[in-house]
Structures are given as C-alpha cells and as structure tokens.
Design a protein around this ligand. Structure first.
Ligand code: CO8
Length: 258
C-alpha cells in the first residue's frame, strides 16, 4: 500500500489495484486526487512487473461521482479550462497506459467518473452501478472526455441522449449499449475483474500491448490506414521472442510460458 491518501495503490502479483478513496464525497475527483492518479500512472507505466491494472472506488456506493462540484463552484473560465485540460490529460494517460486496464465499477460512475471508466480498456459493472453524464443539470458540459469518448463507445445518438438529459442509466442498460462489458453481482465484482486480469497476464505481454496500441491508434484512423497499422503491429510481434514460445507451445500441445 502506498502512502497516497486519495488513490490507494495495491499490488497483487502482476496486477495493480487502484482505489479512488474519498468515500465520504462518493470518491469525487478533486485536484489532489487527479494529481495522485497522474503520478501513480507514471509509476505503473515504468514498472515492468505490473502487467494489468484494475481501478475501482472505495466503499460500496460509488466508483466516482464526478468532478468535485464544491471545488469547481467558484472556478473562473480560465480555471475551468485548465482543470478540464489537466483531467483530460490524466484520462488520456490512463487510456494510453502500456498495460491493459479494467474499471471495476462498484457504484455511481457519473460525469468525470464515467469519463475515467471510459478511459479504461474494459469496464465491468456491479449490478447496482449507475452511469451518467449529469453535467447539464449543473449548467456545464462534460469536460473530461465525455462528449468524445461516449459517442465513440456507444454511437452519437445514444451518447447525445445521455449527455442532453443528464439521466442516470442502469448497469443493464449500460451493458445493452456497449458501455460496459459485463454486469456481475457486487460481491463478485473484484474477483471477476481479478480473474479477467489474471487471464490477460498469462498472455504474451508484447502481443497484448501491441493489440492495445493497434486498437487505440487504429480507431483514430480510416480503415485502410488502420489495417496498414495492424500489419505493422503484427510484424513487430514477430520481432519479440514471445512468439517463438507461443508457436512452440502450440506444436508441443502445452500451455505457453510467457
Ligand atoms: N462533488 C462533490 N461532492 C459530492 C459529489 C461531487 N461530484 N457527489 C457527491 N458528493 C458528496 C455530497 O455532497 C455529500 O456530501 P455531504 O455529506 O458533505 O453533504 C456526499 O458526497 C454524499 O452524497 P449524497 O448525500 O448526495 O448521496 P446520495 O446517495 O443522496 O446521492 C448522487 C448520490 C446521486 C451521486 C449525488 O451525490 C449526486 O448527484 N452527485 C453529483 C453527481 C454529479 O453531478 N456528477 C458530475 C459532476 S461534474 C463533472 O464530473 C464534470 C467533469 C469535468 C470537469 C471539468 C473541470 C473543470
């Protein structure tokens, strides 16, 4: 456990578990929490022993209930822009982390909380989790990527409904629109997420990393350029020894040791 207050950083073998830890404020994102997260992501990026990251919220009620409204209340236009850019840069750092990330959404994922979850590679929701971009109710727009990542995940029509109404949606509805990958009982959330992380950790680190890069970069390109990019990543995977072990294990009818 690190000495951080607002983001707890635990290690379970090759898996890092980050826990947003302001339960009395439903884990709302204040500036210090974002700064801690930013620094921890740098540490994780440089740590070769960590192969997968799970992010979750402290307590049973909330993943993250958004940016800290009390902190934002007195912001000037300049401060709002600066904090939006900083929060976006942290979300982008999470999205581009060279290791797979799983959001274990244990309750409210609203505003900045939904945006953080969307910056993860995979989202698993507890059955009671609720998602939404309620910023319009405060008279502001989403600022940590919601207007950009939500339509890319669920399509612009559904994204606009969520952004324009500010309505919360259930975990089941989030599943049906592709915002989350799985919905599980709250008691099973961490074990389910851990088990997926363990399955990922058993695969070739190089192939998983290149697959993440191919999806992230490719989805910003048209199909022709994306396919060329994929061919480059495919070729690159042949330059790393792990592929030799993967092929040999198949031929010897055993599990590969990556
Ligand atoms: N910020 C600050 N405090 C919060 C937040 C928040 N986002 N959410 C909850 N809290 C606090 C409450 O104020 C309350 O504190 P206290 O006990 O001191 O009064 C405590 O957490 C518990 O909350 P509630 O009593 O309200 O709990 P309920 O179960 O009744 O309701 C809800 C739970 C529905 C989640 C409710 O708390 C709520 O609506 N929260 C706000 C959700 C929201 O609007 N989120 C979006 C925020 S805006 C945003 O995320 C923009 C991101 C981009 C910012 C760009 C930077 C400039």
């Amino acid at each position: 456990m690190s000495e951080n207050n607002y983001v707890l950083f635990d290690r379970e073998g090759q898996i890092a578990i980050l826990t947003f830890n302001r339960p009395k404020a439903l884990n709302a994102l204040n500036r210090e929490l974002l700064q801690e997260l930013d620094q921890i992501l740098d540490q994780i990026a440089q740590n070769d022993e960590i192969r997968c990251v799970i992010v979750t919220g402290a307590g049973e009620k909330s993943f993250v209930a958004g940016a800290d409204i009390k902190e934002m209340q007195a912001y000037s236009v300049m401060e709002a822009r600066a904090l939006a850019l900083f929060g976006q840069s942290v979300c982008t750092k999470l999205e581009r982390l060279p290791k797979p990330t799983i959001a274990a959404v244990n309750g409210f994922a609203l505003g900045g909380g939904c945006e953080l979850a969307m910056a993860c590679d995979i989202r698993i929701a507890a059955a009671h989790a609720k998602f939404g971009q309620p910023e319009v109710k405060l008279g502001i727009t989403a600022g940590y990527g919601g207007t950009q990542r939500l339509p890319r995940l669920v399509g612009s029509g559904i994204a606009k409904e969520i952004l324009f109404t500010g309505d919360m949606i259930s975990a089941e509805r989030a599943l049906s629109i592709g915002l989350v990958n799985h919905v599980v009982e709250k008691e099973e959330l961490l074990n389910f997420s851990r088990s997926m992380a363990e399955r990922i950790c058993k695969q070739s680190k190089c192939a998983v990393g290149l697959s993440k890069q191919a999806v992230n970069e490719g989805t910003q390109m048209d199909l022709d350029r994306g396919l060329k990019y994929e061919a480059e990543m495919f070729a690159l995977s042949f330059s790393v020894d792990e592929h030799a072990e993967g092929f040999q294990a198949f031929i010897e009818k055993r599990s590969p040791k990556f």
